[in-house]
Design a protein around this ligand. Structure first.
Ligand SMILES: Cc1cc2nc3c(=O)[nH]c(=O)nc-3n(C[C@H](O)[C@H](O)[C@H](O)COP(=O)(O)OP(=O)(O)OC[C@H]3O[C@@H](n4cnc5c(N)ncnc54)[C@H](O)[C@@H]3O)c2cc1C
Length: 388
């Protein structure tokens, strides 16, 4: 067992750090408080080879590993946390599932714009009646000659105010086996995008409504039976969420550490009070242990999809750690930490969202418990007759 990065990984990490310091440090605060997707950063990252890190070179990506993409998130977030969302989009988000399962024609049509930072994609899975119980989704795709008619609604989709392309989970028929996904472009007749609403983090999302929205059959990404494949792809997204949670927690930790080393009260720097030292020791324990779980999940997956269990345990640990560390960092920095002059409170608000998004901590714990007991625990209410 080796806990060191390879020489290649160290060089990559250093090059991303330098890129971030030169191009992203200056406007980090402004960028974080702007809810719009930073297309300028995506275009810069494309030129730097930081888009599509986990996507095959044949598809226009970099052909790197999940660990490479985690390293990129860590180094970018350490300088400009908001820009780490672009790494997420380019290497972990729905684009990864799309690149894995898209037809050559679909990839040719949409990947060049997505990877060059000219367009962003949004994932529509959650519905008013289907949150954690994602397989309860109702949005339907009905065949209509050479087309499909899409009807239904989606909520909370990240990047939806800016996205040109939407990967929408739909139901072709009953049950889990009836679920698949389609691509819908902004502007398609029958597809309405509502006005933006805000999350606690300042991120915005729009309600998506499909009213007999006609799409060609070529826009089907995964037909009936595609749900399992979609969830395997979704585990990659979870690694990206975990990596950002941890990186944002570490960003806050580093700011708080610098503050505690220099801010004096009662004639001494804050770091000389044991009550403050122990906060940092606790934070360091949490950060280091979650980091190992994250690296394990990413490294074991290599270029493929990570295991559901290792992803669940890594995401739960990183989500909770990121939030707790950012929260404690706010406390250590007092009113300055609570102020929008620093990004520490913003990191805390962003980390809070990842405890809910992309598989809440509770849903992940359900998955972990199934592994512990080596059996499935059905979360659904049993029918009265079945219980008898
Ligand atoms: C920042 C952010 C970004 C998001 N981005 C997207 C996106 O891009 N695309 C998209 O489709 N959706 C997105 N979502 C929505 C997200 O996927 C859902 O919020 C999530 O699946 C939870 O669903 P819900 O909010 O309806 O909560 P509910 O499912 O109603 O759950 C409410 C609470 O009950 C708990 N709970 C539910 N079932 C169980 C159970 N069986 N055991 C234990 N506890 C349970 C949950 O953990 C939660 O704490 C985003 C959400 C956030 C916060």
């Amino acid at each position: 067992m080796n806990f060191e990065f390879t020489e290649e990984q160290k060089l990559f990490s250093e090059s991303v750090r330098k890129f971030a310091l030169v191009h992203l440090e200056n406007d980090a605060l402004k960028r974080a408080h702007n809810p719009r997707f930073p297309f300028d950063v995506a275009q810069l990252m494309n030129r730097q080879g930081l888009m599509g890190i986990t996507i095959a070179q044949a598809d226009g990506g970099q052909g790197g590993t999940l660990t490479d993409a985690v390293i990129a998130i860590e180094q970018i977030a350490a300088v400009c946390p908001r820009s780490a969302d672009v790494v997420q989009f380019g290497s972990f988000g729905p684009i990864r599932t799309f690149a894995e399962y898209g037809t050559p024609a679909q990839k040719q049509r949409w990947l060049p714009d997505l990877l060059s930072g000219r367009a962003v994609m949004s994932l529509g899975m959650t519905e008013p009646e289907a949150g954690s119980a994602a397989t309860d989704l109702k949005t339907a795709a009905k065949p209509d000659g050479a087309n499909y008619l899409i009807t239904g609604a989606k909520l909370f989709s990240t990047f939806s105010p800016d996205a040109q392309i939407f990967l929408i989970y739909v139901r072709f028929g009953p049950g889990v086996g009836g679920i698949g996904s389609v691509i819908v472009e902004r502007g398609t007749p029958g597809f309405q995008i509502g006005p933006p609403s805000s999350f606690m983090s300042g991120e915005e999302w729009c309600e998506l409504h499909f009213d007999n929205c006609r799409i060609p059959a070529e826009n089907v990404l995964l037909g009936p039976g595609g749900f399992k494949k979609q969830m395997s792809g979704f585990n990659v997204e979870r690694i990206g969420n975990a990596a950002r949670s941890l990186a944002f927690g570490r960003y806050a930790f580093n700011k708080a550490r610098a503050h505690a080393a220099t801010r004096a009260q009662f004639g001494r720097p804050l770091c000389e009070f044991q009550g403050v030292q122990w906060k940092f020791a606790d934070m360091a324990i949490k950060l280091e242990s979650a980091q190992l779980l994250l690296y394990r999940a990413a490294a074991n997956a290599d270029r493929g999809f990570p295991s559901a269990y290792e992803t669940a345990i890594a995401k739960a640990a990183c989500n909770v750690t990121g939030f707790e560390v950012a929260h404690e960092s706010v406390q250590v920095m007092g009113a300055m930490g609570y102020s929008r002059e620093s990004l520490v409170e913003w990191c805390m608000r962003r980390c809070r969202g990842w405890m809910i998004a992309g598989g809440s901590v509770e849903i992940l714990k359900n998955r972990i418990a199934e592994h512990v007991f080596d059996r499935r625990f059905d979360q659904r209410k049993r029918h009265a007759d079945a219980a008898e």
